[in-house]
Unconditional design. Structure first.
Length: 246
């Protein structure tokens, strides 16, 4: 006889799977994703006092992943205001173990100061430099040595070439049953003018989504976790939650 917990979990799995077949729901989500990105919706939120520049839905997904796999190390490329670093560190604080390593080519001094005085900084280390440079990668490998479970988040330069480089360099550090999460794959699904004239070196056909396609064509150790996409519906990382399966 199944327990109520077992039944609830099975109902949720079925409901999430059905989301992926619900055309009205998918259309509503697509509309919201498009219009909200036009208004810089992700810039509206903070975590423990620091701007996080993420969608709340993705934050919940990351919390679920971190609580489930309990990583010893979370590596994030792209720091900005540091909200994501603080967020990951705070979940690890609740887990009771783990460190966060943030990498950015330009850690602005005012952001560095705010991160370093935050209570969660005790679980954070930052490296300034290009995430794809040999020097930075060697520092990352030193930090990763001896870690049993490693989670990687890619959220820096969003061009196809850069993200593909990051995937090739950092995905091998991800441990089985953990994830490399590639943010801003949503760019492929947005109109080229969604930034209202603000220029970016990425766009449709040149973005994290296209890099994932190229990466998966030559790498069968990872699969897209479509259950996360069906669960969230609203996300800046559709198709970007890559689980290591071997």
């Amino acid at each position: 006889m199944n327990s109520p917990v077992h039944d609830f979990n099975n109902e949720r799995i079925e409901r999430i799977a059905n989301n992926g077949k619900n055309e009205d729901l998918l259309a509503a989500a697509k509309s919201f994703n498009t219009e909200s990105n036009k208004t810089f919706y992700s810039y509206n939120f903070s975590w423990m006092g620091r701007p996080i520049i993420q969608y709340p839905q993705d934050m919940v997904a990351m919390q679920e992943i971190i609580w489930d796999i309990k990583p010893d190390l979370i590596i994030e490329t792209g720091i900005a205001h540091g909200g994501s670093l603080i967020f990951y560190a705070s979940i690890l604080e609740l887990v009771g173990k783990g460190r966060v390593l943030g990498i950015d080519i330009d850690i602005r001094e005012h952001n560095r100061k705010e991160i370093e005085v935050h209570p969660m900084y005790k679980r954070i280390k930052m490296i300034q430099g290009s995430s794809v440079s040999p020097e930075v990668l060697e520092q990352v490998k030193v930090e990763a040595k001896g870690c049993n479970t490693i989670l990687v988040c890619l959220d820096s330069n969003h061009t196809h070439e850069h993200v593909l480089q990051e995937l090739n360099l950092y995905a091998p550090l991800v441990t089985p049953d953990s994830y490399v999460v590639v943010f801003d794959t949503i760019v492929e699904h947005l109109p080229d003018d969604y930034l209202s004239g603000r220029k970016r070196p990425w766009g449709v056909g040149n973005n994290p989504h296209t890099s994932i396609i190229s990466f998966l064509e030559k790498n069968d150790s990872f699969v897209v976790d479509s259950a996360i996409d069906n669960k969230l519906l609203i996300s800046v990382a559709p198709g970007g939650y890559l689980r290591r399966v071997k």
